[in-house]
Write a protein that binds this ligand. Structure first.
Ligand SMILES: [Fe+2]
Length: 666
């Protein structure tokens, strides 16, 4: 108690000082403050409860963070206790950023690990509770069920005066109880199974007036660009509540067109059309009477001969590392950004700002963003509300053409997760498989010099070819049959590049990831098709397309180039513009004497047997009998020593056959 008194006296003097400095009245009531801006902590210690796991508390970039998955079924886990200050009557305010959806909270009036009050929240479990633990027995004092706690970042305010305890979230009252089990004690932060708690700051006041919650409309997300072409763009933004939406867009800020939404909502999308190619536009959005700032973008050329884009993914949970990775984008010229999925840890939670939009906003307000949907989106409606991709029926798989390249985005999360309510099938015969095959065999794909496919789950990992059997068995054969050029993926938090049957496979899933990624160095360097073995590092990739040459490169979180490959079209690629069908053509000339030419085409490598028969079905000649590549072929038939009459010529391929008639007239 001696220590406590001296601290109280000291804090009293500090508060006198604050008053004398005429700091505002509220702040003068602060009796303890910690913003975690020092890399060390004084007077804090870790207490773990009945778990063998090792907690992982760190101070990093102004946050107190707990990264480990430590926890137990009693919702305990690990506490970081401020162990040199005892408070009795107080208001405690803290800023949370819990990117993981498991338990996190505050313990207070804490005596030991068996005696304390606790506020705890888990968005995954729709749980918000005020609990007490008396001699090891837990009792729920008050609880609130939220279908989906919408926030990653939020303020917690706990007031404890006498036997009255209240918990406010974002300054709204959620929990209250009257209880006199504990009159004073320590306080601390708690986590349980939560690998992404970022405690920003904590302040304790002897008296505090909870601010009024503002009911003003605010633009809370964006505005940002999507599906930009040479003549159109989609502009998206979010408002804090349901509101009207208006887009103003023009070549300068004094003459513009306006587009208005038909009904009020909180996720806004407006499309501007009839734009002019390669033109700089200004735009701003408005919800009710609140405007965003003017932003700019430039439309694409109709047929750009060169362009660059950045590919990265797996930015969920650790927004600090995500911010550091994207900081490097400044050093590069690029026209758009592609994300390989898992932008946030929990898709159904409305707050995608902390992990995703805040770090990337400065780029996507002027460059379009495309995403290959990941598993952590959980196919939530938010994905469809927050993005506008070029397929109105299924934005989780879509395609578009830019210049000489064809881009295909697929949803292959089913290859890793069996949940068929969230992840569409990729099996042959499924709607998505049929769609993918239609895309890869389309005229757009055939006419493109380069075909890029993006997915979240790796199609083919050098580290383990059998890791995702559905990708290996269903998608890989399609990619090889239709000669795609690049498969970019995420999901695994690292970088790797492989090459197989003329297809480049790039894993670039190191956009921030969860927890600290260790660079374990090269894993499995012996695999023959590995061109860059897996490294578990933060990274992003860049693609530079210059008509006949594509350069793919990769960079680490410090912006250092770690890999580069220049890809030029192969001879197979040069033939690729022509798609061949399986067909036996009419002989020419017909009737003939004594020679005629028989042509045929085949769509894919096949055994070919081309024979001539007479009217009795007797084989007269075998013109072709060998394995051939896809293409169009012809062969001359000479009937010099045959009598006039009707003859048949027939072709037999692996999966096609046809018979036609010809007349020899001597
Ligand atoms: Fe994933």
């Amino acid at each position: 108690m001696k220590k406590y008194k001296s601290i109280r006296i000291w804090l009293f003097l500090i508060s006198i000082l604050f008053i004398s400095l005429k700091i505002n009245a509220q702040e003068s009531n602060i009796i303890f403050e910690e913003d975690f801006n020092q890399s060390y902590l004084i007077g804090w210690h870790v207490e773990n409860e009945d778990d063998d796991d090792v907690p992982d508390w760190n101070v990093d970039s102004g946050y107190l963070i707990q990264y480990s998955n430590i926890g137990d079924s009693y919702q305990r886990g690990t506490n970081m206790i401020k162990n040199d200050l005892i408070f009795d009557n107080f208001t405690l305010r803290a800023k949370f950023n819990s990117t993981d959806d498991d338990y996190s909270g505050v313990v207070f009036r804490y005596t030991n690990s068996d005696n304390y009050y606790k506020f705890v929240l888990s968005s995954q479990r729709s749980l918000i509770q005020l609990q007490k633990r008396v001699n090891g027995t837990m009792t729920i004092l008050d609880s609130y069920t939220a279908t989906e706690w919408p926030f990653v970042g939020f303020n917690v305010t706990i007031t404890a005066y006498g036997d009255s305890i209240k918990v406010y979230l974002n300054d709204s009252l959620y929990l209250e109880a009257t209880d006199n089990s504990f009159a004073s004690g320590l306080f601390g932060f708690m986590t349980c199974y939560n690998e992404g708690n970022f405690f920003d700051w904590v302040r304790v006041y002897d008296n505090f007036e909870i601010p009024e919650v503002s009911d003003e409309i605010a633009i809370t997300r964006g505005p940002y660009l999507q599906s930009l072409t040479d003549s159109s763009v989609a502009i998206l933004w979010g408002s804090n509540k349901i509101a009207s939406g208006l887009l103003e867009i023009g070549v300068d800020t004094s003459s513009f067109q306006s587009f208005e939404e038909n009904y009020s909502r909180s996720s806004h999308t407006l499309k501007a059309t009839d734009l002019v190619e390669e033109t700089k536009y200004y735009y701003r959005v408005k919800s009710e009477d609140v405007y965003s700032k003017w932003e700019t973008f430039t439309t694409f050329a109709k047929d750009p001969s060169a362009y660059n884009f950045i590919v990265y993914g797996d930015t969920r949970t650790n927004f600090l590392r995500h911010s550091e990775v994207v900081e490097n984008f400044e050093d590069h010229d690029f026209d758009f950004i592609i994300h390989t999925g898992d932008p946030v840890q929990r898709g159904p939670r409305n707050d995608w700002n902390v992990e995703f939009f805040d770090p990337i906003q400065k780029y996507i307000k002027s460059k379009p963003l495309y995403i290959a949907i990941g598993n952590h989106e959980l196919n939530a409606q938010n994905f469809y509300d927050y993005f506008e991709f070029p397929n109105s029926e299924h934005e989780n798989y879509y395609s578009f053409t830019l210049g000489n390249s064809f881009f295909v985005f697929i949803d292959n999360n089913r290859a890793r997760y069996t949940d068929d309510s969230r992840f569409p099938s990729i099996k042959p015969g499924s709607p998505q498989y049929i769609w993918i095959e239609e895309q890869l065999s389309s005229t757009e794909a055939a006419e493109a010099d380069w075909v890029f496919v993006f997915s979240h789950i790796p199609i083919y990992l050098n580290k383990g070819f059998d890791t995702y059997p559905d990708c290996r068995d269903y998608l890989l054969p399609l990619f090889e049959e239709y000669n795609i050029d690049f498969s970019f993926v995420g999901h695994v938090h690292g970088y790797e590049r492989g090459f197989r049957n003329n297809i480049n496979y790039i894993l670039t899933g190191g956009g921030g990831g969860t927890g600290p990624v260790k660079d374990d160095g090269y894993i499995d360097p012996g695999y023959p098709q590995t061109e860059y073995p897996l490294r578990e590092i933060y990274n992003f990739s860049k693609v530079e397309m210059n008509r006949n040459e594509v350069t793919i490169s990769a960079y680490d979180i410090y912006g250092e180039k770690i890999d580069e490959k220049v890809v030029v079209p192969t001879s197979i690629k040069n033939n690729k513009n022509i798609v061949f069908s399986d067909e036996l053509f009419n002989a020419y000339p017909n009737p003939f004497n004594p020679t005629t030419e028989i042509s045929y085409s085949i769509s894919k490598p096949s055994n070919v047997s081309l024979k001539v028969f007479d009217v009795l079905g007797q084989s007269i000649a075998t013109l072709v009998d060998e394995q051939k590549e896809s293409g169009k072929y012809s062969v001359t038939f000479n009937a010099n020593n045959l009598p006039s009459g009707i003859y048949f010529y027939s072709i037999q391929l692996d999966s096609y056959n046809s018979v036609k008639k010809m007349l020899l007239l001597k």
